[in-house]
Design a protein around this ligand. Sequence first.
Ligand SMILES: C[S@@+](CC[C@H](N)C(=O)[O-])C[C@H]1O[C@@H](n2cnc3c(N)ncnc32)[C@H](O)[C@@H]1O
Length: 762
Amino acid sequence: MDQYEHERDGQYDFYKVFLPRVDPTRNVEDLLGDSNDGVLNGNLLEFKLHVSDLGAVLLQCVKYLSALRIKGKSVPANILIVDVNTSTIWQYRSAPYLAEIEKTYFGGASKNNAGFIGGNAEAVLHYDDPLGAERVVALLKENNFTKIHIDENCIVGWAERFYREVPTARKEDFLGDDTGKHKTIGEIRKPTHFAEYIYPYTGQTNVKFHYLMDKLNDTLQKKNLGAFYTPDLYAEKSLELVRAAIARVPVGNDYIILDRCAGTGSLETKLTDEELSHTVVSTIEYYEYKVLQELLGAKVRHIIPPVETAETFRAGLVAGSDALSKEFVENPVIRQYIDDPNCTVILFENPPFAETTSAEHQRMGQSKSSSVWKQSYVVSEMKKEIKGTASNDLGNAFIWSGFKYYLRQPTDSYIVYSPVKYWKAQHLIDREFLDGFAFNRRHFHSNIYACIMCALWLNQPSSQKEITIKAFDVDTVNNTLFPQDALSVKQIFSTYSQVYYDKRPIHEEFRKGILAGLDGLEKEGGKQRNRPAYSPDILGYMVAHSSGFDNPELDSSLLTAGRYDGNGFFLRKDNYLEKLPMFCASRYITYNRAWTERGRIMKSADGAEKFFADVASGKLAQFLLKCLLFTCTEMQNHMRTFMGSDGRFYRNELCLDTTSGETVASRDLKNLVLNEKEEAILRQWGRVFSWAQKAEKYDPSLTYGVYQIYAELDTFHTDEVTGDTVYDNVELHSALAGLKALVKEYYNTEIVPVLFEYEFLK
Ligand SMILES: C[S@@+](CC[C@H](N)C(=O)[O-])C[C@H]1O[C@@H](n2cnc3c(N)ncnc32)[C@H](O)[C@@H]1O
């Protein structure tokens, strides 16, 4: 009998022996992946060197099965506990433990399991004898599953799986019920695709899932509806702004609180009955509408449409509820208030969020033209008045139309959730800001840490250029709001490309050479949307594109040759130093990841006059050299040294490797009066470079920057057994990590404050 010191060895040996008999097409890695020891057909396996407490191991397995259910994965009918040193398997059935499996567990599955009292094993097998081994083979071939119940904890996982496995399915096919006019009975109520895995859900309506209805949208709806629900704590906090707006209602006036995109009514849940009696809600998605009807229908003044008819369901949407349609803008139920001079209008909304130009969006293969809302009445009207990218934003269509069609009097107001860009950079509105909050986007069913503003706008013109919002994160442990420092939001008026990009013409004779990709090497094939250039005064190519930080890696580049898709300019030796603050500012978000920064801080050229004056007077000479040191030691500088296919040698001049003589950077940095931090960075660079020179692939004819060292010399391989990454040059890898830490600290203390002072960051 084999004896093991490491559980993993026993586990891998077990699979090596049995997999060829059970399913030769699979390998060990396929079976892992959910942090357990493997799922093979209808079996969850858990390996131990020595099993000493079957109850504790059983509870550990129950926790793994609980995690599978939550992720929408089928729950194996068998639990196999394997003792690798005695070649023993205890087989349990999972069905008797369903109540435990359907609980949610926090913390490591292997912790706090002592004291669990399970039943007796179904069977005990010894696979060191042929008969036992054959029984194990038969068991591992079993493909049975324990049916689970659908609840709030697992429905999102099962919905995602359903839409993945049945790509043509719509939300009704998953969630449909028997209560409205439209009667598609969905998968959760009458399982066919999941017949072997789930029990029918017996809840009559979907109200229990009201807070999750955005996450239950099918893929197509996710694209078009841009639904990210507001967490309760934020919804409640924003009622302060609603109440401030109500306080401004002139004496004797009626008022309405209108939410055209209410979803399942998260924003309205905590309004008082009196306030609800002034509220008008609507939403476009059919199952949201039904839940909204159930939760608020009896309390609000109006819901649009007022009742469901045979015509209401229209391909998953609610006929007449598209807030961007002409029909909705002219809806008589709402119009009666808009046309009434004695009624004050308060809009209170968290508009859908879908920006079709973002890289995030395009990566998902969602082309610009595919968005239905782009063809809407409101968007086409908006395009007549609003030029540029502002009209690419679904949220903007709501904000713009809110002011355009609904607000008429100075005492009308709009409380709206949205990233600040519409006011800060796009100047979509010029109304007066009365008060507002900064909320963390992470808590709106999103993985992104960013600032969402909830602002109270008065319907009065204003020339404010700076506003202050109070920041609140959510303390998820105690489920309370966690106040942070108030944040300033300043408008921006000019971009780098308008003001700072070097636009001097390049003579045709130098318009040759090659183009580079994001990785700094020559870009071969693919679309090339830029013209190359090569001349003795050209150092490289810089991209410091776009005001925001939505795609920092795409929007900031430094390359030895022109970037294939442009959006930048060629850096010239005579003035490259004064261009570097743009590159430095483009790195801000990478080193300042707090949620308060993304979406709020942007790049601008608004301080250009002062900047140019102080560059001319020499006041900024040392600062520009600090920017140079940062540029030479920071990883996003993707300048590399290589031989181009045009036969030219492209040398990285913005790095500190002087093996083949001075670089432009090393020459200029001699003028930097070094402080301790700079000396430490240079020392660390020395370490990095000396280890780089020892790497197998080091080529002394090249001039290496930090990125080229990282990309070409800090090599690694994957350990075949453990799957771990193993670095071939551990000292080099460690030295690079050390440099990174020093550079980050240096950047935030010595460079960022000046970037703000000169409004490169604002
Ligand atoms: C960001 S969610 C906000 C929902 C809810 N008010 C909240 O704060 O949790 C936006 C909502 O707008 C709805 N929606 C999207 N496009 C719409 C349209 N054209 N007309 C009306 N509602 C729309 C979505 O279905 C979604 O429920």
